[in-house]
Each structure stands twice: as structure tokens, then as C-alpha cells.
Write a protein that binds this ligand. Structure first.
Ligand code: ADP
Ligand code: MG
Length: 633
């Protein structure tokens, strides 16, 4: 039997295949099972064409046999088989795919019945990653001739006639001996093989069967002194029908939830499932889930986003990160597309046009499903938002607000007037006629914010205020700037746009009259404040702090907490505002000229205003002493 050499290019390709295309050895099994499934599909297809009866998918199993002693792993199928010529063509030339040719010849209308996986003509060679010798015994359905193809890798192959009882193919691998860092014995272990089949080939449409080891009590033995024996049982390893390829009308919520919980190890039902199938520029099925609660490591750097990626029911990648944008990284699920190749590498995937199209489609769909959840099942949405709202806010903020248009409709904030979580759209739709801004206030909790002195006037006006209690909130708002053309305004901002013209003039006049006093107070406080001014925004409180410039008091706190080592401290520019109608102001006027007393008063008022904002005094002892000296007067 003459040995033939692989073609020159094939030799080089083979080397590449074995050493670099695949990152995991175990996928050789996925490739060989996919080929067996393709061959079975081809036979099934011609049986349908010819109207042969009695051919069902269940009657065409793919069988795996292990022989530990002889180090042999065999994959047998009842598919179309190959003639000697086809063996030469398909197995002798790398990158020649008989399956692609078959698919191209098939009628368009039949494509739905047959799920041919192969198209690149390289998968078969993955066998050489784990096998020292590969033997292919095949009997062709067309000619009934039977041939044996053998190769031990790089130096070529030979083909000779042989015997096989039925039409189909056996791929017999002689598994390599263990090497220093590589364990090949595992490919002779039934449980390991079972796990690999379940991982990659669970949704192959034909039963994949193997004799599995079992134990049972010996027949007729004394139950008091039980004796056990080992036996094997022919077992179907794969579950065959992928739920995402079923039609939606066949499936109930429970089916989706059960699939989600078993596949993604969650105890709670997801708040939403998204089942989509699209055809057109790119054809794919997707089954996505929005979990109700965050996994324990969600907000740590250990969490990896991504969806499972399948090509025609065969797993390509466990977590394909490129399918999900970071702001939707909580979504679990999978994508199945026949437009993607099994043999594609991670690097190639990143630049794959189909993958980008799919990712864009998914992003839009996730957004619209979240909006629909928000509209139709508010309670569930709020549950979702509790777990993942932070991620949406973060997504709105990062990359200079690139994604704000997409995400801002999905945000919720506590409302001062509604006492519940509201959307920005709801806020704007309720705004008073004369109201210019979307007011918000930051702080530790809604309860604490509601006590801020600045809240009084807004409350009197009947304006709604959004309470922001997450540290990211104000950064996110600064990035949004506006929502539906309405500017955001912090209630600690200098100018809240609340005063009427009259009020403004009145304050201006009062300020001019008391210029010396205000200047003296500013001098007393030094660079703690940029200004001291009179205000009409306060009602029962004597004073408050507001800020000018980009950094607010809340942002100052967040930045301070995140500050590292000797980074310069970022300070908000403070303005001390005094309530001109408060008795304390009269007292200050009376002290005019007594610089020492004024300084004590100024320090106390400033420190109190800071305390109300949740900022600890820089020198608590000095503050306590100042208060005590006043008390003991
Ligand atoms: P692909 O599956 O992408 O076409 P492979 O390298 O996996 O490439 O296989 C090459 C070709 O060998 C297949 O297209 C098919 O024509 C043939 N082939 C492989 N395995 C079998 C099999 N079990 N039965 C029949 N033909 C097979
Ligand atoms: Mg293949």
C-alpha cells in the first residue's frame, strides 16, 4: 500500500493546526462529532429526497467507544460515508471541505432541515492533537465500497480497501502517550468524555451514545450483606434539542426559567428572558436572561462578562465578551449563529463583522426589553435596578458619556414628592410651568437629604427633587448635563433660579448695605470660602453652604475617599450663604466692628453649615471651645 504525502501547504497547515489554532486539546472531540453529525445529516437529507421510510434521527446514533488497554477512542456514525476518492479529496487536502460543497449544492428550501456545521475543512486534523495514529474506515452510501485511510501525522497517509458491515464511518484514534506536561490518558476515561460531549456537543441533533460504567447490587445476594458488581449501560450523552431553536409558542416561562437556573447556577428566576431569532444581514438565535440579583462577585474584578457562543448548536466559546457592552454585562445567555466558523480564534472573533452586527442587535434589544419591563412590570424592574442600577449609572458616566442617550431612560432615582423611585421622563413630565431645572440633591440617605436647609424653599415651591445617594450619581449627572433639554441643578448650587426679580433686587440692595459686614466675615474665614453672601433661598435656617465651579461638596467627598497617596486634594469652592431674614443675621449686624466676636460667629456658622452637609469639622476642639465660650457668656 503506497503512502501518499500530504500536499506541501497541507503539511504546513497541519503543523499550524496541531500547535496553534486550537487552545484546548479537548475540542478534537467536538470537531469529530460535528463531522459525524454532518455526515449523518447528509444521509438523512438524501433519505428524505428519495422518500425512504423508516429513517429517523433517533435511528442514526453517533457511537463513542473506548478501549483503555489499546489506547483507542472510536467515533462511529451511520452517515453517508466516503468513497476512496472522497477520502483523498477531503482528508488528504487540508482546507478542503466536502461539507461546504454539499451545502452549496443543497436546495435553499431544504436548508432548514439540515444543519451542516463544517465549511472550512480543517476540523478533522484536530484529531492529531491527541492521537499518534488516525484511522478512518468508511463505507460510502453511494457506491457501497469500503476503504481504510490511515495516517500518523505529518508524513502522509495511505488508503486501502477493507470491510464494514453498514454504511457509515469509524474514526479510530490511537491516543498519544502522556507527555511531561500533558495528560492524554484522560481521553480514555468515560466520565471525562461524557463531560466534553456535554460541554461542546450537547445540542447535536443525533443521539451521541457511549457505554457508561455503572454499579449495581448483585442479583440474589443477601440484602443484609450486599455485594456489588460493575456493568456498563449504553447511555445517550447529549440533550439534543437546543431550547433556543424551538419556537416561542412551544415554550412556557417555566421552561425558560428552568433552563436558566440549571445552566447558569442561579436559584432565582430571571426577571426577564429574551428569545430572538433574526435573519438578514446576519442570521442568529439568541437566548438572553436578565438576572434578578447580582452574582456574589459581580461588583469585583473577578466577574467576567460574556455570552456563550455557538455555531449551529456546537459550542465555540464559553464566554464571548465581545457580544456584550460593559453597561449590560449582567446579561447571561447565549448566541447561536451558523454564520460563524467553529475554528475561529479569539483574536479573529474580535474583528469579525458578523459578531459586531450581532452585538449591536443585542444591545438594542436588551435596551428595549428593559424599557418594556420598566413600563409593564415596575416592581420587577425596581428589583432589577436594585441589583444592577449602579452598572447602568456607571455606563452612563464612562467614556465621556458616549452611552448616555442609550442608558438615561433606564435610570431611577428616589423622588422627594413621590416618595418612590421615578424615571427622568416622569420627573420632566411633572415639572411645574415656571420650573427651569431638574433639581437633585446628594447625600448619604434620602432621610438625611430631606433635612437639608436648601430643601425648604424647593418644598414650598412644590418642586420635585431627586435624591441621589450613590457616590457615582453626581458624576453621572454632570455627564448627562441635560435630560430632554432640561438642565440638571444641584440644590447646593449657587444660583437655583428660584428668586423672582423683586427678590433678587431686594437681596442686591441688602448686600450693598451690608458690604462691610460681608467683607469682614470673608476675611475672618480666609480661604475656607470664596465668598460670603446673602440669600433668599433659606427659610428657617440661618445659613448654608453652596458651591461654585465643577466640583460639588458630594463630589469632593467621593474624590477624597478615592484619593491615593500624595495626589493633591480636590476641594469644592465653598460659598457661605446667610439668611437675611434670620435673627442671627441681625445679631451679626450688631457685632459689626468687633472683629474677634465676628470671627467666632463666622467660624461657628461655617462649621455648622459643613456639619449639615455631612462634613466633619477640621478642628472639632476649636469648634467646641467656640460654642462653649458663647454658652458661658
Ligand atoms: P469541515 O467539517 O469544515 O468540512 P473537516 O476537516 O472537519 O472540515 O472535514 C473535512 C471533510 O471530510 C468534510 O467536509 C467531509 O466531507 C469529510 N468527512 C470528515 N468526517 C467525515 C465523516 N465522519 N463521514 C463522512 N465524511 C467526513
Ligand atoms: Mg468539520
Amino acid at each position: 500500500m503506497a503512502k501518499k504525502e500530504f500536499q506541501a501547504e497541507s503539511k504546513r497547515l497541519l503543523d499550524l493546526m496541531i500547535h496553534s489554532i486550537y487552545t484546548h486539546h479537548e475540542i478534537f472531540l467536538r470537531e469529530l462529532i460535528s463531522n459525524a453529525s454532518d455526515a449523518t445529516d447528509k444521509l438523512y437529507y438524501s433519505a428524505m429526497q428519495e422518500g425512504r421510510t423508516g429513517v429517523t434521527r433517533d435511528s442514526l446514533p453517533i457511537r463513542i467507544t473506548l478501549d483503555k488497554e489499546a489506547r483507542k477512542l472510536t467515533i462511529s456514525d451511520n452517515g453517508c460515508g466516503m468513497t476512496a476518492e472522497e477520502m483523498e479529496e477531503n482528508l488528504g487536502t487540508i482546507a478542503h471541505s466536502g461539507s461546504l460543497a454539499f451545502k452549496q449544492q443543497m436546495d435553499a428550501k431544504d436548508k432548514n432541515d439540515v444543519d451542516i456545521i463544517g465549511q472550512f475543512g480543517v476540523g478533522f486534523y484536530a484529531a492529531f492533537m491527541v492521537a499518534k495514529t488516525v484511522e478512518v474506515i468508511s463505507r460510502s452510501e453511494k457506491t457501497d465500497e469500503c476503504n481504510r485511510w490511515v495516517s500518523d501525522g505529518a508524513d502522509g497517509y495511505s488508503i486501502a480497501p477493507c470491510q464494514r458491515d453498514t454504511v457509515g464511518t469509524d474514526i479510530i484514534l490511537t491516543i498519544k502517550d502522556n507527555a511531561e506536561n500533558e495528560n492524554f490518558d484522560e481521553y480514555l476515561e468515560p466520565f471525562r468524555i461524557q463531560a466534553i460531549v456535554r460541554k461542546y456537543s450537547d445540542y447535536i441533533r443525533y443521539p451521541i451514545q457511549m457505554e457508561m460504567p455503572r454499579t449495581r447490587m448483585k442479583e440474589g445476594c443477601d440484602p443484609e450483606k450486599p455485594e456489588y458488581e460493575d456493568y456498563t449501560e449504553l447511555t445517550t450523552l447529549n440533550s439534543m434539542v437546543p431550547i433556543w431553536k424551538k419556537s416561542k409558542s412551544e415554550l412556557k416561562d417555566e421552561d425558560y426559567n428552568a433552563f436558566y437556573k440549571s445552566k447558569y447556577y442561579d436559584f432565582t428566576d430571571p426577571v426577564r428572558h429574551i428569545h430572538m431569532s433574526t435573519e438578514g444581514a446576519v442570521t442568529f438565535h439568541a437566548l438572553l436572561f436578565i438576572p434578578a440579583s447580582a452574582p456574589f462577585n459581580y461588583y469585583t474584578k473577578d466577574y467576567e462578562k460574556g455570552l456563550q457562543l455557538y455555531s449551529n448548536g456546537v459550542l465555540i466559546m464559553e464566554r464571548c465578551a465581545d457580544l456584550l457592552p460593559d453597561h449590560f454585562n449582567f446579561v447571561r445567555g447565549l448566541v447561536d449563529s451558523a454564520d460563524l466558523s467553529l475554528n475561529i480564534s479569539r483574536e479573529m472573533l474580535q474583528h469579525d463583522r458578523h459578531l459586531k452586527l450581532i452585538a449591536n442587535n443585542l444591545e438594542k434589544k436588551i435596551k428595549s426589553e428593559l424599557l418594556s419591563l420598566l413600563k409593564n412590570d415596575r416592581e420587577k424592574y425596581e428589583e432589577f435596578f436594585k441589583s444592577f442600577g449602579m452598572q447602568l449609572k456607571y455606563g452612563t458616566y464612562v467614556e465621556y458619556g458616549t452611552h448616555k442617550e442609550l442608558l438615561q431612560d433606564l435610570l431611577l432615582y428616589m423622588s422627594s414628592t413621590e416618595n418612590k423611585m421615578v424615571t427622568l421622563e416622569e420627573y420632566v413630565s411633572r415639572m411645574k410651568e415656571d420650573q427651569k431645572f431638574i433639581y437633585y440633591a446628594c447625600g448619604e440617605s434620602a432621610a438625611k437629604i430631606s433635612l437639608l436647609p436648601q430643601m425648604e424653599r424647593l418644598r414650598d415651591k412644590g418642586y420635585e427633587v431627586l435624591y441621589m445617594t450613590d457616590s457615582i450619581d453626581e458624576f453621572c449627572v454632570k455627564m448627562m448635563q441635560k435630560f430632554q433639554d432640561k438642565e440638571f441643578k444641584s440644590i447646593t448650587d449657587g444660583d437655583l433660579g428660584l428668586e423672582s426679580e423683586e427678590e433678587k433686587q431686594e437681596i442686591e440692595k441688602l448686600s450693598a448695605d451690608n458690604k462691610t459686614l460681608l467683607d469682614d466675615l470673608k476675611t475672618a474665614l480666609g480661604d475656607k470660602v470664596t465668598r460670603v453672601q446673602l440669600t433668599s433661598r433659606l427659610k428657617s435656617h440661618p445659613c448654608c453652604l453652596s458651591t461654585e465651579g465643577a466640583v460639588s461638596l458630594e463630589m469632593e467627598k467621593v474624590l477624597k475617599a478615592q484619593r491615593m497617596g500624595n495626589e493633591p486634594e480636590v476641594k469644592a469652592e465653598r460659598v457661605l450663604e446667610l439668611n437675611a431674614t434670620h435673627p442671627i443675621f441681625q445679631k451679626l449686624c450688631a457685632l459689626s466692628g468687633d472683629q474677634d466676636k465676628l470671627k467666632t460667629y463666622a467660624d461657628i456658622l461655617y462649621t455648622q453649615a459643613q456639619l449639615i452637609e455631612g462634613i466633619a469639622p477640621e478642628d472639632p476642639v476649636a469648634y467646641a471651645n467656640a460654642v462653649c465660650s458663647l454658652l458661658s457668656e
